[in-house]
Design a protein around this ligand. Structure first.
Ligand code: KIV
Ligand code: ZN
Length: 525
């Protein structure tokens, strides 16, 4: 039986990056996009260019540098958004514009409450339909690869949904995206929605149906698969399921379900190179600062670990007893390379390339220097240590404040005290402070030295690898004027890692404040 292809649309860099408290710079997005090429996704949604100058730059850079997948940009059903998106995508070999509008009554009443859109729901729906068709027609002036999203389809009035889909397909949409924006649907309902769209939208054969599911009730993957079973031929999702609120459908889970249960999904296949899943998952986790839970399906640390006596015994006798997928299929269980201070620059570069990172000479120099410092303290440096070093070194945040010195004194029965020296472009400031603990003292000293006191919302520390010399990775979340910034820092010394994380967050905050004073993306960009 010949199989139909299900296109995989990766939105890690757009919807995934909308996860609370995360932010990727253009350089980090480019690194992930390169890895998505190795994974062989069909479409990369690189960002929402009209949303910020940073997103515009990321989409522009990815369009210029990435070959293979279609590069897609998101817009609202607004002409200016579409024009900005087109400019960002200009250099892409193959590009797609993803435009759309809210279609459920809840969305329409909430977002289009103003009487200028109509006074009754019927009048408002007529306006929404007109805006959708105009947006698609306008997009058709730039590309013939047009995807339309009917936001909150999962809760939309069916008759209106069918009507708007028919109209946008007539206007030129080649893909229609049916998002379950709020993760409200159950798999049977969502599957039926796709089946009913195929039965009730007369011109549906002219477009590909795409599924885009959120995980608010933990159904995103099940709903996406129900959509495929009922005729959808594009699945949208993110690596590790990162995204708004509870996240999006995890691509690795959707694809491995289709792959492992080919008996059940006998009519379809994907072109994904599943052996790149583990690597991609680690890279996304590290660059986004969102560690993968140990029990996460497919890519979690324990996904292939057998520990209870009965399981281990059964597994050793015949692995299929307790294992439905081979770890090699997702790129796990390759040689566990251990690097040491004697590995050398070339060996380090080789390993980084195997892990999927492509660094410039300057980045490699910085990484090597940091690697040597870590290797000096730890006898063995593992892949996870390297990934942490990379995410610490290559992120593009401007080093407005740089820590030159940190001394902390603490112990039982003493008052924890810290002193820091912090350099800026024009001056060096020193400060000392006491606190409830060594981290608190260090943070107070940093606040005094920088003259900044953003609210500390969250602080966490984790060991990147095991052992008493493990690298510690600290993550902090700070807020100022209602905006949140995440900072990360690593070191074999957890107080130093904590201080680095705090300064990283402050650098992101000040850099965003400086950029906020610059003009918005202009039409001529
Ligand atoms: O969840 C959603 O509805 C979306 C659309 C913007 C595609 O992300
Ligand atoms: Zn979404």
């Amino acid at each position: 039986m010949s199989k139909e292809k299900v296109q995989i649309f990766d939105t890690t860099l757009r919807d995934g990056e909308q996860a609370a408290g995360t932010r990727l710079g253009a350089r980090e997005k480019l690194e992930i996009a390169r890895q998505l090429v190795r994974l062989n996704v069909d479409i990369i949604e690189a960002g929402f260019p009209a949303s910020s100058p940073e997103d515009f730059e990321a989409v522009r850079l990815i369009s210029e540098q990435i070959e293979g997948p279609v590069i897609c940009g998101l817009t609202r059903a607004i002409k200016k958004d579409i024009e900005v998106c087109q400019k960002a995508l200009k250099k892409a070999k193959r590009s797609r514009i993803h435009t759309g509008i809210g279609v459920s009554e809840i969305h329409i009443a909430g977002k289009f409450a103003d009487d200028k859109y109509g006074r009754t729901m019927g009048e408002k729906q007529a306006t929404i339909l007109k805006m959708a068709v105009e947006a698609v027609r306008h997009t058709a002036g730039y590309t013939d690869d047009i995807e339309f999203y009917a936001e909150d389809s999962g809760r939309a009035d069916r008759a209106f949904l069918y009507e708007i889909l028919e109209a946008v397909i007539d206007a030129g949409a080649t893909v229609v995206n049916i998002p379950d924006t709020t993760g409200y649907s159950m798999p049977e309902q969502y599957g039926a929605l796709i089946r009913d769209i195929r039965a009730n939208v007369p011109n549906i054969e002219k477009a590909t149906i795409s599924v885009h599911c959120h995980d608010d009730l933990g159904m995103a993957v099940a709903n996406s698969l129900a959509g495929v079973k009922n005729g959808a031929r594009q699945v949208e999702g993110t690596i590790n399921g990162v995204g708004e609120r509870a996240g999006n459908a995890a691509i690795e889970e959707v694809v491995m379900a289709i792959h492992t249960r080919h008996d059940f999904f006998e009519e379809v296949q994907t072109n994904i190179n599943t052996r790149e899943f583990y690597r991609t998952s680690r890279m996304v986790a590290d660059l986004l600062g969102m560690p993968v839970p140990a029990n996460k399906a497919v890519v979690g640390r324990n996904a292939f670990a057998h520990s209870s006596g009965i399981h281990v015994d059964g597994f050793l006798k015949k692995r299929e007893t307790y294992e439905i997928m081979r770890p090699e299929t997702i790129g796990l269980a390759e040689s566990r390379v251990v690097l040491t201070a004697r590995t050398g620059r070339h060996g380090l570069q080789h390993r980084l390339e195997e892990m999927g990172y492509t660094l410039s000479k300057a980045e490699l120099d910085k990484t090597y220097e940091r690697f040597l410092a870590v290797a000096d303290k730890k006898t063995e440096v593992f892949d996870d240590d390297l990934a942490a070093i990379i995410s610490d070194e290559i992120h593009v945040v401007e080093q407005i404040y740089e820590m030159q010195y940190l001394h902390v004194a603490c112990g039982t029965g003493t008052l924890p005290t810290a002193s820091v020296k912090i350099k800026t472009k024009d001056q060096t400031n020193q400060a000392a402070a006491c606190g409830d603990g060594p981290v608190d003292a260090a943070y107070e000293a940093i606040r005094l030295a920088t003259g900044l006191s953003p609210k500390l919302e969250n602080y966490s520390i984790r060991a990147v690898t095991s052992g008493k010399e493990a690298l510690g990775e600290a993550t902090v979340r700070i807020t100022e004027d209602g905006r949140t910034f995440i900072g990360r820092g690593i070191s074999t010394d957890i107080i130093e890692a904590s201080a680095r994380a705090y300064i990283d967050a402050i650098n992101r905050m000040v850099s965003a404040q400086n950029k906020g004073q610059q003009p918005e993306v202009k039409a001529e960009l």
